[in-house]
Design a protein around this ligand. Structure first.
Ligand code: F0G
Length: 379
């Protein structure tokens, strides 16, 4: 095989741990293999000794974790002869679906909430040639419509109710286990539709159960089992902690929320589709759910960008906002290894970022004195 060591995406890497045939035509963009970045300053902000990592899923090809699931969903859809896919979306799913449909050469229809999706995501769906329908309703209404429509027309749903989505997304847990050579003690995620927290749990469960003696013998297919990952031992699973935006927190209310609202538009969801699964994950893993105000979410987004050089979208920062609060309070004890998923890139939502900028952008005359004055003032 030419270019044997080239990374070509998560399906080829984890072929034997995913429900695909060896000779399937992979619709991929090199997704997965995202960095697990250790945060150095934020633990000091809360004055606690923890190993705190972010899994920066915003570095996937379309800028969010959705690509992990989408490569699987679209590969399977094409394999089964689909000519069109459809989704409801708060933005990232539509961007990802549109890109993978373009790659596959099939049609893509997306339903998005009118005026409530971040600009970058809309630009992506349009550029990749999706048919974009803004509905006068929210994500939950879109989801209901998509399900009804797919009963009547040859359309494959690529929301996370499509089981192949979760199969693709579980690989993020595989990657974390490979890098840490163990599972973290706590894994923190933002929760909207609740597919991703469910997918990660599947991944951790498979990691702890696969191979003999808990050994991850199949973790790396790129090197014929020669690399250090082949001997990673996983004998435990993390507690899974799901954080929601306070205005869209059905898991905290214990019931669906009919009119969800938050600045973190990606997780503006009141009727999560993976409700039962996420409750089971929380129970089985010994984890919990909690909620954050919009202000706490935006503050965490700024902290990450300002102190750590990591720019994620608001919804993603929910995981770090929650983790920091729970680390500070001791609910997540000192000495823990904590992974927070940063689900999407900050460039997705320039409006919210710029609205927080305050006086960060200064206008001066194009003259040396003016520019020098502005810079020397700030040294
Ligand atoms: N973070 C981001 C950036 C998201 O886009 C989403 C979901 C989530 C977190 C929540 O993940 O739904 O698996 O619990 N976005 C979907 C979309 C709903 O349409 O893009 P979840």
């Amino acid at each position: 095989m030419p270019f044997r060591h080239r990374y070509t995406g998560l399906i080829s890497k984890y072929l034997d741990r995913l429900p695909v045939q060896d000779d399937v035509r992979i619709i991929g963009l090199g997704e997965g293999n995202t960095p697990l970045i250790q945060l150095s300053k934020l633990p000091r902000v809360v004055a606690r000794d923890v190993d705190l990592f972010v899994k920066f899923e915003g570095l996937n090809p379309t800028g969010s974790f959705k690509d992990r699931g989408m490569t699987m969903a679209v590969t399977k859809a094409v394999d089964e002869g689909a000519k069109a896919i459809i989704c409801a979306s708060t933005g990232n799913t539509s961007a990802s679906a549109a890109a993978y449909a373009a790659r596959a050469g099939i049609a893509c229809f997306v339903l998005i909430p009118d005026g409530k999706i971040a600009l970058g995501k809309l630009a992506q769906a349009i550029m990749h040639g999706a048919q974009v329908l803004q509905i006068r309703g929210n994500f939950d209404a879109g989801m209901r419509l998509v399900k009804e429509l797919a009963e009547q027309a040859p359309l494959t749903i690529v929301n996370s109710i499509n089981p192949y989505r979760l199969q693709g997304q579980k690989t993020a847990a595989f990657e974390i286990v490979e890098e840490l050579e163990r599972a973290p003690d706590y894994h923190c995620l933002p929760v909207g539709n609740a597919g991703n927290i469910t997918a990660h749990w599947i991944g951790y469960c498979e990691s702890s159960g696969s191979g003999q003696d808990g050994r991850l013998t199949e973790a790396c297919t790129l090197c014929d089992g020669q690399c250090r990952f082949a001997s990673a031992v996983v004998d435990k699973r993390p507690r899974m902690v799901g954080y929601q935006a306070a205005g869209s927190a059905p898991f905290m209310r214990g019931a669906p929320v009919d009119d969800p609202d938050t600045v973190a538009t990606a997780i503006r969801i009141g009727h999560p589709q993976s409700w039962q699964q996420a409750l089971a994950v929380s129970r089985e893993s010994g984890g919990w759910f909690d909620e954050l105000s919009d202000e706490e979410i935006l503050q965490a987004q700024r902290l990450l960008a300002d102190h750590e050089g990591v720019f994620c979208e608001p919804a993603s920062a929910t995981s770090v906002a929650g983790a920091l609060r729970d680390i500070r309070s001791g609910r997540i004890p000192e000495g823990s290894t904590v992974v927070c998923t940063l689900t999407g890139h900050g460039l997705k939502d320039p409006d919210v970022a710029i609205a927080q900028a305050g006086d960060a952008v200064q206008t001066v005359d194009a003259e040396l004195e003016a520019v020098r004055g502005a810079i020397v003032d700030r040294l």
